[in-house]
Design a protein. Structure first.
Length: 481
């Protein structure tokens, strides 16, 4: 049991304004594993005021980028010492298999901190250009106070896609963790304090949706960085548009994995374990539409069904577990609802279905649907669970057409013996990132989506630029006396 009775505001642990609490429930045992204060609009007001003071009058934005990088590097070093703790907390609060937590949930945020600390030392904060009337300095300055709103599925990963670049940019941040997964943010707050990040630069208030909307609309916030559902993203975009407030949105996905006719199926299936089913299928970039050539459709169906049907489902704290429980009862109900819908639409369950693997915990059997048309709802809507749909295609052009026939465009992959052929197919798919014979999110490169998958990019130099304003200083010498 992890219990906290304070919020992290202004560089210290502050008593909450209200008396409400958030209970963190284990998806495996359905028992309470933690409690934290439920933040209120008054708490958000205090956090924004602290962030505003830190940005307007504090040292952080006035330090050199290298000085900020040194602090962020210290935070990265402290984070590296606690990777095991982060992994265990995230697995306990949201059910991610502990192996995945050790491979990605904990180390990837640390890599982001280190990456952006290094990038800050070489980034072109100022550059000189020739202007029409004289030399011009193009200067990059922090955008201001950032509201970072993160989901429950990969809480530290998504936190750091926002916090790490915001910090090296010189911004101050109000972080709102999801109510399902607030516990990891408390460990982060301890490390922020230990690293010597100045007071008010990072503030953390766990809260629900209504309090989150108060943060988005707060006049003291200069930019909103959000990861979550497309529906919530539309609401945030509307608020930010009305206020002409900067925003970046990383939203939903229904990514396609195109299996070519020359693909090695054994290697492809091994790669799809992670690409399609990472984090129990609770990943926005998961490759959940599997596109198979008509001539190898039955072969792919057999291989995919065997791979998914053979996954070890169980206690997420067991290193042998490949699929754990979903984060909440409502998520279990949602995913099972889509399995029923797929059957009603005429798709065929190749493996899995509605028989739950365990009586206790929010488990869903990993499921593959065959005989799927891309017009079915199970092929168009984000399910966010361990459910894959297998869709046949006629030729490369048809595969590209199907892959692009989606309101989303976040991730994607091509599986082929010919890497250059795969890259050519990837160039024709309208998606923010695409892997050839694998799919990973690389901290060095931009991540984000086309269409309803979002606005803007995170990671890479592009991810730092999202937290900067551009200022042009043009110089003209006075006329001779």
């Amino acid at each position: 049991m992890r219990e906290h009775d304070r919020l992290y505001i202004g560089g210290d642990w502050a008593a909450p304004a209200g008396t409400g609490t958030i209970e963190v429930i284990s998806p495996h045992t359905e028992e309470v594993v933690g409690r934290v204060p439920d933040g209120t609009p008054a708490d958000i007001d205090r956090a924004v005021a602290a962030a505003r003071e830190a940005f307007d009058n504090g040292p952080w934005p006035r330090m050199t980028p290298v000085e900020r990088a040194d602090v962020v590097a210290r935070l990265a070093a402290l984070y590296a010492e606690r990777l095991g703790d982060f992994a265990e907390i995230i697995t306990a609060e949201m059910g991610s298999p502990i192996l995945f937590s050790h491979l990605a949930q904990a180390p990837m945020p640390q890599l982001m901190l280190a990456y952006f600390a290094d990038l800050a030392r070489t980034f072109p904060w100022e550059e000189e250009r020739p202007g029409m009337l004289g030399p011009v300095t193009v200067r990059r300055e922090p955008v201001g106070v950032v509201a970072a709103i993160v989901p429950w599925n990969v809480p530290q990963f998504v936190t750091m896609t926002k916090l790490a670049p915001a910090l090296v940019a010189g911004c101050s941040v109000v972080l709102k963790p999801a109510p399902e997964t607030p516990l990891d943010a408390y460990l982060l707050a301890e490390l922020v304090q230990e690293a010597g990040v100045p007071a008010g630069v990072v503030n953390i208030v766990a809260a629900g949706r209504e309090t989150g909307e108060h943060l988005v609309s707060h006049p003291g916030v200069d930019k909103v960085a959000f990861t979550g559902s497309t529906a919530a993203g539309r609401r945030i975009a509307a608020i930010c548009g009305e206020q002409l407030k900067r925003c970046s949105l990383e939203l939903g996905g229904k990514s396609a994995a195109v299996i070519c006719d020359d693909a090695d199926l054994a290697a492809t299936m091994e790669g799809l374990k992670m690409a399609a089913l990472m984090n129990n299928g609770q990943a926005c970039a998961a490759q959940t539409r599997i596109l198979a050539p008509r001539g190898r459709y039955d072969e792919v169906a057999d291989a995919l069904s065997a791979m998914v049907g053979g996954l070890a489902v169980g206690d997420p704290s067991d290193m042998g577990t490949e699929i754990g429980p979903l984060v909440a009862k409502r998520q279990q109900d949602r995913v099972e609802g889509y399995i029923r819908l797929g059957q009603e639409e005429g798709a065929k369950v190749l493996t899995g279905g509605l028989d739950r693997p365990h009586d206790r915990g929010w488990y869903v059997a990993p499921t593959v649907f065959g005989d799927v048309g891309n017009d079915m709802r199970i092929a168009r809507e984000e399910i966010f669970g361990p459910v894959l749909v297998l869709i046949p295609y006629e030729d490369e052009a048809d595969a590209v057409r199907i892959a692009n026939d989606s309101e989303y465009g976040l991730g994607g992959s091509v599986w082929t013996a010919d890497v250059e052929r795969g890259a050519d197919i990837a160039r024709r798919i309208r998606t923010g990132s695409c892997g050839i014979n694998h799919y990973i999110i690389d901290v060095n490169t931009p991540f984000g989506g086309y269409k309803s998958s979002g606005i803007g990019r995170e990671l890479g130099p592009e991810g730092l630029s999202a937290y900067l304003e551009q200022k042009a200083i043009a110089r003209l010498a006075p006329p001779p006396a």
